[in-house]
Design a protein around this ligand. Structure first.
Ligand SMILES: *[C@@H]1O[C@H](CO)[C@@H](O)[C@H](O)[C@H]1NC(C)=O
Ligand SMILES: *[C@@H]1O[C@H](CO)[C@@H](O)[C@H](O)[C@H]1NC(C)=O
Ligand SMILES: *[C@@H]1O[C@H](CO)[C@@H](O)[C@H](O)[C@H]1NC(C)=O
Length: 480
């Protein structure tokens, strides 16, 4: 018991030290680059204001997408954009598939602005791009525990299904639901695909870690490294080979730790986290966005749009309203320039990725009712309502896209062995030219549009060849 407490205290101390070290490191780097003390120019501030109006003014459409709110039966208010008004006759009687886009850190619906505005997608589907709780124009949560976040997200998806007429009519002609997700959206959607697979017919998932796989890869590396250390200790002092081998085994883990420094920073006391995310005129988030455009030019418009995507509505937009008079939740502090930073950090701090999701009775009942005939099949395959099967296995059809140059996720930790976590009719597609921000980078966003089109048009033919039409070096590296 006491030993346990000591281990916990030491772990906390290491996390603290590494978190503080990372703040200092990033601070020094941005001071050296000159971005820390750089004042925003008048022109930059004006561009940002215009971008916030473009993305967040509720009375404006963005390339065929208009702003909407849904208040869930539990009273929680979500903001999203869509090409079709939810609950309208057009939506309820629609026979089009429903495509739901879910963003990650530090973004909002607006990271999908290029993809969700595709006219061919808007013609063929009801397109919805949401703000996660605490981001953009969606209400915030007290804490971002797995249960709090996944319950809200599930309730939203079930409500969207009914508002867009998915579950109308008989079992056979249900419209298809496709969930497309990136980064934290991907982490959460992988949990939905594993723990609530009836929510969608296909999940398209990009550049977010599958946490159960990450944990198992780390455990495997630690076990084999500790065996090697033991044999190194018993070997004669002159032979250093086993010791080097052990260190080499840990290499990918150490590399991942280096890439994940900011995750440790998120665990520090709130004032330090706020400083990290906003200090030096947002030099950390600016740097993330600057790196998000791959090798394409990062224009001043890109800079303004991506910053406005992170910051959400300002005081000016908080006074606007949608066509039917709906407004942003009153709980957001619009007077702060960047009100939502501690919400963003909350996902890292409160265990949303790994802690147990305790489903409410309402959630279990709704999932059961949308699953219809599929439930029996799932139960008989050992993955039913009361039997979760192997932890973390994605039980829904999934297509994973991996931008190979991701600077936040090391493949030996985050990708190796993933095919063991997929069911039949799933694939992993490698995008060798792309980095972490696949919804934004020019080549990969075209590939993602292709993938969604493939999914909503009946999944005809081979997804690899479909993607290669627009992204020749794309490669299906695993298939189930
Ligand atoms: C950030 O920019 C504002 C002007 O836009 C300036 O007043 C402020 O001093 C800057 N902060 C830092 C740390 O450079
Ligand atoms: C999974 O994909 C296969 C092949 O496209 C399809 O036949 C099957 O119906 C899909 N499953 C679900 C639950 O949509
Ligand atoms: C929002 O957009 C409307 C319509 O374009 C415009 O009239 C209004 O001034 C804008 N509101 C704000 C606060 O910028």
């Amino acid at each position: 018991m006491a030993g346990d407490l000591i281990t916990k205290a030491i772990t906390r101390l290491i996390v603290f030290i590494y978190g503080v070290f990372t703040i200092i490191l990033y601070g020094v780097l941005s001071i050296k680059k000159g971005s820390f003390f750089k004042r925003r120019t008048e022109k930059q501030n004006l561009e940002l204001q215009l971008a916030r109006d473009r993305l967040w003014n509720l009375s404006k459409d963005y390339a065929g997408l208009s702003h909407h709110f849904l208040t869930l039966p539990s009273g929680f208010k979500f903001h999203f954009v869509s090409n079709v008004t939810p609950g309208s006759p057009a939506a309820l009687k629609s026979d089009k598939p429903l495509v739901i886009f879910i963003h990650g850190f530090p973004d909002s619906w607006a990271i999908w602005r290029h993809i969700a505005s595709s006219p061919s997608l808007q013609d063929a589907a009801n397109v919805v791009a949401i703000d996660l709780p605490g981001y953009g124009g969606t209400q915030s949560l007290e804490r971002y525990t797995a249960t709090a976040v996944l319950e809200k997200l599930t309730e939203l998806i079930i409500t969207l299904r009914s508002q867009y007429g998915v579950d109308e009519g008989s079992e056979v002609n249900k419209e298809k639901v496709v969930i497309v997700a990136h980064d934290w959206g991907c982490v959460l959607s992988m949990r939905l695909a594993a723990e609530a697979p009836s929510l969608a017919h296909r999940f398209i998932l990009s550049n977010g870690p599958l946490m159960s796989l990450v944990e198992s890869n780390i455990r495997r590396m630690l076990t084999s490294a500790s065996k090697m250390f033991k044999s190194a200790l018993s070997a004669p002092l002159s032979s250093r080979t086993p010791l080097l081998q052990a260190l080499r085994t840990l290499g990918p883990l150490l590399k991942q730790l280096r890439m994940s420094g900011y995750v440790f920073t998120m665990q520090l006391p709130p004032s330090l986290v706020t400083f990290f995310l906003t200090g030096g005129n947002y030099s950390f988030i600016s740097a993330v966005h600057r790196g998000s455009h791959g090798r394409a030019e990062f224009t001043s418009r890109d800079e303004a749009d991506s910053m406005a995507s992170s910051m959400g509505p300002s005081l000016a937009e908080s006074k606007t309203q949608t066509a039917n008079g709906d407004k942003y939740p009153t709980t957001i502090k619009y007077t702060h320039d960047f009100a939502n930073v501690m919400n963003m950090a909350g996902y890292y701090r409160d265990g949303a990725s790994t802690a147990r999701w305790q489903k409410s009775i309402e959630t279990i009942t709704s999932l059961h009712s949308i699953a219809g005939g599929n439930e029996l099949r799932r139960t008989s395959s050992g993955a039913g309502l009361f039997d979760d099967g192997t932890p973390g296995v994605l039980k829904a059809n999934s297509t994973v896209f991996w931008g190979k140059r991701d600077i936040a996720l090391n493949p030996p930790i985050c990708l190796d062995g993933m095919s063991d976590y997929l069911v039949a009719d799933s694939q992993i597609v490698m995008l060798p030219e792309s980095g972490h921000f696949t919804p934004i980078e020019t080549e990969s966003r075209v590939a993602l549009v292709k993938a969604v089109e493939w999914a909503i048009h009946g999944e005809q033919g081979n997804i690899g060849s479909a993607i290669q039409e627009c992204y020749p070096s794309a490669k299906v590296i695993a298939r189930r």
